[in-house]
Design a protein. Structure first.
Length: 274
């Protein structure tokens, strides 16, 4: 993951460097006030030739589904097979800050994912739901290879929603391997449903103030104690063991989010241990 706190101009050298490694995915972030996910994804795709670029995660309340499908479809046409589209509820406090809070976040997300997926498949969509209203719209240039649409969610009803309507699920940082089997069961989808797990990566002692602050913030987001926030930390070998445990527990992809200095160095050390 290209962390949201890194200066945006560093994305180009970061992406190019990762394109030369064995990493499969590069995930970019869309958080309120930091940076736009679609422009970040477009930038990363344009300067790489191999990586799949994941959008993590477009908040449905800020994105009209037709416009989102147009943007995603354009990227998928230009870079076939190299895009993964994450869509989520958005952080509700942030959505209220910009006047975009949804009356029913669940309905909005389900209708958005349903509409965007159908549009990317080249279908003509009419949908008059609780939150989304589309009347006979379609993409003039639908992608020949529609990108997978994944739901970035964490609570049981949202996980079940993802299993119904999305092609994959994105699980937030802090979830450990012991929790994944229950999450997979709640999603209730088939084997072709992708499970992307975000996890913090901090090689070294992990006791610095930046790490403590990041973990405390994520603990509040997840509603758990800081000591229960799972992460790939310690030595490179210990971090690799955590990644392998996530794979063994059901993760299709593990996206590490480096904390602290030298994010590429941390990634490379982890790759060597793996």
């Amino acid at each position: 993951m290209f962390d949201r706190d890194l200066p945006p101009e560093q994305l180009i050298p970061f992406a190019r460097a990762l394109d030369e490694t064995s990493v499969d995915d590069l995930w970019v972030v869309e958080d309120l006030g930091w940076t736009g996910g679609l422009t970040s994804a477009a930038t990363a795709l344009a300067v790489t030739s191999r990586l799949r670029v994941g959008l993590g995660i477009a908040p449905a309340p800020l994105r009209n589904p037709m416009l989102l499908a147009m943007e995603l479809g354009n990227l998928a046409r230009v870079h076939p097979g190299r895009l993964a589209a994450g869509i989520g509820h958005g952080v509700q406090d942030w959505m209220r800050q910009v006047g975009a809070a949804a009356a029913s976040p669940l309905a909005l997300l389900e209708e958005t994912i349903t509409a965007v997926s159908a549009l990317l498949r080249g279908e003509t969509v009419t949908l008059h739901g609780r939150s989304v209203h589309l009347d006979g719209v379609s993409l003039v240039h639908p992608p020949l290879e529609p990108p997978p649409v994944l739901a970035g969610v964490k609570r049981p009803r949202s996980l079940a929603l993802s299993g119904r309507v999305a092609q994959g699920t994105i699980v937030p940082e802090g979830v450990g391997p012991d929790e994944l089997p229950g999450i997979v069961e709640t999603i209730g989808a088939g084997e072709d449903h992708e499970l992307v797990v975000f996890t913090f990566l901090r090689l070294g002692s992990g006791s610095d103030e930046e790490t403590r602050s990041m973990v405390a913030g994520q603990a509040g987001f997840l509603g758990v104690a800081p000591e229960d926030v799972a992460m790939a930390s310690g030595t490179a070998e210990e971090a690799a063991s955590h990644v392998k445990a996530l794979w063994a527990a059901g993760a299709t992809s593990v996206a590490v989010r480096p904390i602290g200095g030298d994010p590429l160095g941390q990634v490379n050390a982890l790759l060597a241990a793996l």
